[in-house]
Ligand binder design. Structure first.
Ligand code: 13P
Ligand code: SF4
Length: 368
């Protein structure tokens, strides 16, 4: 029994009434009481009130690696979104428990591809091509575990925003075509950088027969991009880049590859959330940056890098509404329950999905 906790854990609604300083103190106490029995992972988009309790923070690749490496921690409290917690569960050893403080923390992009649609796409492609030999499926980690399993089973693998190019290169060495889902922008931006001609990329619209494509286009394509996107990153526009360049001569633009190609092509640097943070932190004092990714990350950079000018590359608020679901009350509730031996919001990937999903993730990890 833990004696250092302020009180017994309460229903979640009670935590939502607690002031921020009390939530901080109680979460920190629960974490101290748990000691090495817990590891708190925080994605770079998390709110300050959450990230300050994280043992590690990072992009989705780094957090996946950390989950795989820390077999000694019986509990992983994942402050991120559902697909990240699923990935941690797949990569952790059996007996480790993964907790997502709010089950509503999903990812709207991940929801843009359902297994039934991907199966249907594969069947449709199979009526036009020898699909198993000709097409290698790559799924962005922003996806449900069942889609990772699909890729594992069909000789494919996962990718993240930081290793997409290496994964795409690997795939083209093995098969003539790639089916890339669910983010068309990450796929297109990666292929653009590799010099793939436009006529060899097509977009598969899952709501249309044959993805809305003619047979000849499917035969010609080397890259079949799923019609999916991130609602946060699609808010950035080329006009935002032009505005900042005009206002601040010498300013550099750094964006996430989930942005539209018209924005990416105008940026100076493109990369994962981790690369964005590392680059701005390493830049000399006095430099100016316009950053095209989620707002919490940018606001934190702004505060932490006060000797530089850091701007958010948009005039409208671009917060990831689902990442935002994890807040101080949910984290405190999950941690205090855990400290008292109760697991709330456990993420469990079913065994039949886990095996092939792990194959897809392991193939990626070997290339990262
Ligand atoms: P990173 O892997 O770059 O952290 O990106 C994850 C994500 O969801 C970006 O929207
Ligand atoms: Fe998903 Fe976009 Fe949020 Fe990233 S920012 S978790 S892709 S909705």
């Amino acid at each position: 029994m833990i004696t250092t906790l302020a009180t017994d854990s309460l229903p979640l609604t009670e935590y939502q009434r607690l002031p921020a300083d009390e939530l901080f103190r109680r979460t920190a106490a629960a974490k101290r009481a748990l000691g090495n029995r817990v590891m708190v992972l925080g994605h770079n988009y998390q709110r300050d009130e959450v990230i300050e309790h994280a043992d590690f923070r990072g992009d989705s690749l780094l957090l996946a690696k950390l989950a795989a490496q820390h077999a000694d921690r019986p509990n992983i409290v994942f402050c991120g979104v559902h697909f990240m917690a699923e990935t941690a569960d797949i990569l952790s050893r059996s007996g480790q428990t993964v907790i997502l403080p709010d089950m509503a923390a999903g990812c709207s992009m991940a929801d843009m591809a359902a297994i039934e649609q991907v199966d249907q796409c594969w069947d449709m492609l199979g009526r036009i091509l020898p699909v198993e030999e000709a097409v290698l499926p790559i799924v962005y980690v922003n996806s449900a575990a069942v889609l990772k399993a699909f890729c594992g089973e069909h000789g494919g693998l996962t990718c993240t925003s930081s290793n997409a190019r290496a994964i795409v290169e690997w795939a083209w060495q093995r098969r003539e075509k790639i089916l890339f889902f669910p983010d068309e922008h990450l796929g297109r931006n990666t292929a653009n950088r590799m010099g793939l001609p436009r006529e060899e990329m097509i977009v598969w619209d899952p709501s249309q027969p044959n993805g809305g494509q003619r047979r000849e286009a499917i035969h010609r394509a080397k890259l079949i991009l799923w019609k999916g996107h991130c609602s946060v990153h699609q808010m950035f526009q080329p006009a935002h880049v032009e505005y900042f360049r005009k206002q601040y001569p010498g300013l550099q633009v750094i964006v996430h590859p989930e942005c539209h190609e018209d924005v990416v092509n105008k940026a100076d640097i493109v990369g994962s959330t981790e690369l964005i943070i590392r680059t701005v932190k390493a830049a000399p004092a006095g430099t100016s940056w316009a950053v095209g990714t989620e707002l919490n990350l940018v606001n934190r950079l702004k505060r932490e890098e006060a000797d530089k000018k850091v701007f958010f590359l948009s005039s409208t608020v671009c917060q990831c509404a689902t990442m935002y679901r994890i807040d101080g009350p949910h984290l405190c509730w999950a941690m205090e329950n855990l400290a008292q031996g109760q697991v709330v919001n456990r993420i469990v990937v079913p065994d039949d999905e886990k095996t092939w999903a792990k194959t897809a993730l392991d193939r990626m990890m070997a290339l990262s």
